[in-house]
Ligand binder design. Structure first.
Ligand code: PLP
Length: 392
């Protein structure tokens, strides 16, 4: 018999009742270190006092108001994102897939509005993940997510990630945009090779294309700067955000330059819930914390400490861990061939540490950005123990 909750996920048999910072508590009193952060969502940990205060205050005043009216907190959040980025304008939605859907629609509309409707295709990368709607599974292009859902949404071409000449070769007179993740997440935490984003920017400029970054996972401070592309020195024309943006409240956003967003006029796109008062109260509270002076410096320092511990463990357990990769607090531990990533994730969970599996036999370490030295030491002690147990 089908369960009442549609069985689309493989779930571990554990449930949590309460969260506080980096910790999650089960109803029978167990305490686990959350280094998965709900897949890079709870960027400030669980029940951050500032977020709780902002949300409860807003909940007592006004939850929802449609986009038929002005929403001051939405205007404020948009302005803050604009001030902190390359963008001139922001569209709010409720998830990463919707953010990427807006990126795709905007790229197509840009050329249509510019009198070049024949330019509507987008070149994306193998191994990409952009969400689970029909358009975004087609943009991702992964067979396992497309299987059984009928014809793909047309308009997406794919090339190997990191290969600039393949990207150039795939661009035709029908191409509107290049779409990449500055760090691929689901495929196993693969950062863009040195010079890749710069090369894509140059290519887009040379051929008159839009450059779209999916920072749904790697953005919002995950790498130790507000946006992952900041490390490269180049900026996109359009960018999708979600995951950490609401600190656990579901929300997404599509940021764009004025030029890229030229086709997005009244009536061209919309969302009932997108950017409502409750969501934007959460988003503003997240930015209050992240934009405090010194926040990213602390994230970078903690990331350095975590990396040095993880690299040390990897060196001592090469039969279990083959590689540590990623950037900042978006880390992939690639397991050795003889070890199954999901088995290691299970073993870590049993020992009190939550992590997230990814493709390529990777265990993702994506903790709250607010972790401290003691959490790092505790998590690494558990990893060490699990690695030792793994070899027996
Ligand atoms: C998670 C993710 C998405 C999809 O986000 P949802 O909120 O699940 O729709 C899109 N792109 C990337 C890079 C992601 O990691």
């Amino acid at each position: 018999m089908i369960p009442a909750v549609m069985p689309t996920y493989g779930r571990a048999d554990v449930a949590f009742e309460r969260g506080e910072g980096v910790w999650l508590y089960t109803s029978d009193g167990r305490r686990l270190l959350d280094f998965g952060a709900g897949i890079a969502v709870t960027a400030l940990g669980h029940c951050h006092p500032h977020l709780v205060a902002a949300l409860t205050e807003q909940a007592g005043r006004l939850w929802h108001c449609s986009n038929l009216y002005r929403i001051p907190a939405q205007e404020k959040l948009a302005q803050r994102l604009v001030d902190a980025s390359f963008a001139d304008s922001v569209f709010f939605c409720n998830s990463g897939a919707e953010a990427m859907e807006c990126c795709i629609k905007m790229a197509r509309k840009h050329f249509s509005a510019a009198g070049k409707p024949e330019r509507w295709r987008i070149v994306a990368c193998d191994g990409a993940f952009h969400g689970r709607t029909l358009a975004t599974i087609s943009a991702g292009g992964q067979a396992k997510m497309l299987a059984g859902f009928g014809p793909r949404v047309d308009g997406f071409d794919h090339v190997p990630y990191g290969d600039l000449s393949a990207m150039r070769a795939a661009i035709t007179g029908e191409t509107a945009a290049i779409l990449v993740e500055p760090i691929q997440g689901e495929v196993g935490v693969r950062p863009a090779p040195e010079g890749y984003l710069e090369g894509l920017r140059a290519l887009a400029d040379e051929l008159g294309l839009l450059l779209v970054f999916d920072e749904v996972q790697c953005g919002m401070g995950r790498t130790g700067r507000l946006f992952a592309h900041e490390w490269s020195g180049v900026t996109p024309d359009i960018m999708g955000l979600a995951k950490g943006l609401g600190g656990g409240f579901p929300m997404g956003a599509c940021l764009a330059t004025e030029r890229a967003a030229a086709g997005m006029t009244a009536g061209s796109h919309g969302s009932t819930f997108g950017g409502n008062p409750l969501a934007t109260a959460a988003g503003n509270a997240v930015l209050d914390v992240m934009l405090e002076p010194g926040f990213f410096k602390a994230v970078q320092a903690n990331a350095r400490l975590l990396w040095s511990r993880l690299e040390n463990i990897q060196e001592r357990h090469p039969a279990v861990l083959a590689e540590v990769r990623g950037r900042g607090l978006m880390i992939g531990l690639r397991c050795a061939v003889a070890v199954e990533n999901k088995a290691l994730v299970r073993s870590l969970l049993e020992r009190g540490l939550l992590t997230v599996p990814a493709d390529d036999n990777v265990v993702r370490i994506i903790p709250p950005l607010t972790i401290e030295k003691t959490h790092i030491e505790a998590a690494c002690a558990i990893l060490e123990e699990a690695c030792t147990a793994c070899r027996k």
